[in-house]
Design a protein around this ligand. Structure first.
Ligand code: FES
Length: 607
């Protein structure tokens, strides 16, 4: 074995790559890269705070410290201590949140739309006359009759699990209780007056959860968390592939995500001193693959052309059937999908924007590994899904990373110096999507990079490595001896491919609807990436159309907002179910002009 061989480590979920040597531990590699992994004992195998999971085959025998804390199954699954593991080959390492000191930015906020409160669930304060020999009606019948006559309702059934505990509970609560009703079905009988709703944006890398008071419509708590399925596949395609190769993985991945949702909702409930069993209703939105995984629907057909979902219609299912620990008879509603690569998160995004009231032509984008774009024309929606790839999340970019502490998110090149801004103002460790767009825009504006994306000009910060030119963003001196952070010619090519996919998708939408760019009255950018992107940089590189700035609007986590709206408004819930009827989905792979548009869109600039 080469004792000083150079290897590459991919740290997930931050998507940060680092160069290190075969005689470095993973902990040392992380430090060299600038990533923070807990190491209270200083790397002596004693504190067990540096747990990581190696995602690929690697020959490095576990030490006795590792054998002490990990079971053989854990070790076989790749669990190790970062300070005790010396990789001998390139590898991918998952750093779980509890081992990480560098945190990922998990956006949950968004622009809220105000709608009249009209939840699907109603909760009633009910007082029941106890049975007597003269009135020996069954407990369930008595409850239904009482609530119907007290509140003029038409309840006709009680959830089967609620019935099992009903006789005991009615007596325990001394015949006074709170009864939650969904669609004429009694779904909970409790002593608490809390009626909570849970909205979830179930993303491939992140979960954004919201706890709502269904009696006021107020958001009581919100929180983001990493999707733990990342340790089973960084992107959705690798998870689908894993399931296809080993069908029992489907069951495992479903359990992993359900456990995470239970944990997230429990944390949210704890913040307001409530119980998870007080969650009476929930709405989940996400991409089609995540939707299929949690519902244990077949997924193989999503991976192959023509990428067909098992179902697009909305689904209502008891929370317990999924393994969620919410109120006994509560339902989880999954909003409809649009296509194999356009899921209910896009429906929720459209819902959040109140498209019925939009005048003129509106373009809505949710930028990510897959970018969903809709063109809205007087209520008619045309949608495409652009394979923009991982560049905006730092993937395939030499020093790219996801948006997390230490990621350069914005920068300005002034003569020979670079002024940058990192997330949370900490020492830079890499560049996230918005920073990458800024760099390319400024290099193009300064004439360092030409329209074709080639580095053409000498600049004090451009240097030649063994195989390519690169622009030095942060040099070794500024990083106290760590390797410099650079933006390479290859990175530019990656970014060109990503932005061209989006721009060609936009142009296809305009072509099929017979519109021109100038007619677009508003461009709405959703999602975490859309929130932080610099519009002028995105226009400069030709990713977005060149329109006046006042026609652009950031709306934050619109998918989460849409899910919340469907939870508190019956009308919005119905609207979400009907939205697909107004959507024409255009499959880009099937569009004759798309390839030409894509090639044209590779150029930088905007004319
Ligand atoms: S740093 Fe303490 S066990 Fe690894």
């Amino acid at each position: 074995m080469n004792h000083r061989g150079k290897i590459k480590i991919d740290f997930e979920p931050l998507g940060k790559r680092g160069d290190c040597f075969t005689n470095n531990s993973i902990l040392e590699c992380a430090e060299l890269t600038g990533l923070g992994i807990n190491n209270i004992c200083g790397g002596h195998g004693k504190c067990h705070k540096c747990k990581i999971q190696i995602m690929n085959e690697m020959r490095s025998e576990p030490t006795s410290a590792e054998k002490d804390i990990f079971s053989p199954e854990d070790l076989a699954a790749g669990w190790r201590l970062a300070c005790q593991t010396f990789p001998d080959t390139d590898c991918k390492v998952h750093v779980p949140p509890e081992s990480m000191t560098t945190s990922q930015r998990l956006q949950v906020e968004g622009l809220a739309l105000s709608v009249p409160l009209q939840p699907n669930i109603s909760t009633y304060d009910v007082t029941i006359s106890p049975p007597t020999l003269a009135n020996a009606q069954a407990d369930a019948d008595r409850l239904i009759q009482t609530i119907n006559s007290q509140y003029n309702l038409n309840c006709d059934r009680i959830d089967s699990d609620v019935i099992k505990d009903l006789s005991h509970n009615l007596r325990l609560f001394n015949w006074k209780c709170n009864v939650s009703v969904y669609n004429n079905e009694i779904i909970a009988v409790t002593s608490s007056s809390n009626s909570l709703g849970f909205a979830l944006d179930l993303g491939t890398t992140k979960l954004a959860g919201y706890l709502i008071d269904l009696t006021t419509g107020k958001t009581l708590a919100s929180k983001g968390m990493e999707n733990p399925q990342i340790s089973h596949g960084e992107d959705i395609i690798s998870r689908i592939t894993r399931i296809i190769e080993s069908p029992k993985e489907a069951h495992h991945l479903q359990k992993v995500i359900v456990k995470a949702i239970n944990r997230l909702s429990l944390q949210l409930c704890k913040e307001i001193n409530a119980s998870i069993s007080e969650i009476m209703e929930s709405i989940i939105v996400g991409n089609t693959a995540m939707h299929h995984i949690i519902l244990r629907l077949p997924i193989k057909q999503l991976a192959y052309s023509p990428y067909i979902p098992a179902i697009n219609q909305s689904i209502d299912i008891k929370a317990r059937e999924l393994g969620l620990h919410f109120a006994q008879g509560s339902y989880v509603h999954f909003l409809p999908n649009i296509a194999g690569f356009v899921g209910s998160d896009h429906i929720a995004m459209l819902l959040s924007a109140d498209i019925r009231k939009m005048d003129g032509l509106v373009l809505m984008l949710d930028i990510g590994t897959n970018t969903e774009v809709s063109l809205i024309d007087n209520g008619n929606i045309t949608t495409v899904s652009c394979a923009s790839g991982p560049a905006f999340e730092g993937g395939h970019i030499k020093d790219g990373m996801r948006a997390a502490d230490g990621a350069i998110e914005h920068l300005q090149i002034t003569d020979a110096s670079v002024n940058y801004q990192t997330i949370n103002g900490v020492t830079p460790i890499g560049i996230c999507g918005s920073g990458i767009i800024d760099i390319l825009a400024q290099l193009y504006d300064a004439g360092v990079v030409d329209k074709g994306g080639k580095i053409i000009n000498s600049h004090p910060r451009v240097r030649k490595t063994q195989d390519q030119l690169e622009f030095v963003v942060v040099d070794e001196d500024e990083r106290s001896g760590r390797t410099s952070i650079t933006f390479t010619q290859k990175d530019i090519r990656e970014l060109q491919l990503a932005k061209a996919a989006i721009r060609a998708g936009i142009q296809t939408l305009l072509n099929v609807t017979n519109h021109t760019e100038d007619e677009i009255q508003m461009v709405v950018l959703a999602g975490a990436f859309g929130t932080y992107i610099d519009i002028s940089s995105a226009i400069t590189i030709g990713m977005l159309p060149s329109l006046p700035f006042n026609r652009f609007k950031h709306i934050g986590n619109a998918a989460g907002i849409g899910a919340k709206l469907a939870l508190i408004s019956y009308d919005k819930c119905i609207e979400s179910k009907n939205l697909p009827l107004n959507i024409s989905y255009v499959e880009l792979a099937n569009n004759k002009n798309f390839l030409n548009l894509f090639v044209e869109a590779l150029s930088l600039g905007n004319n």
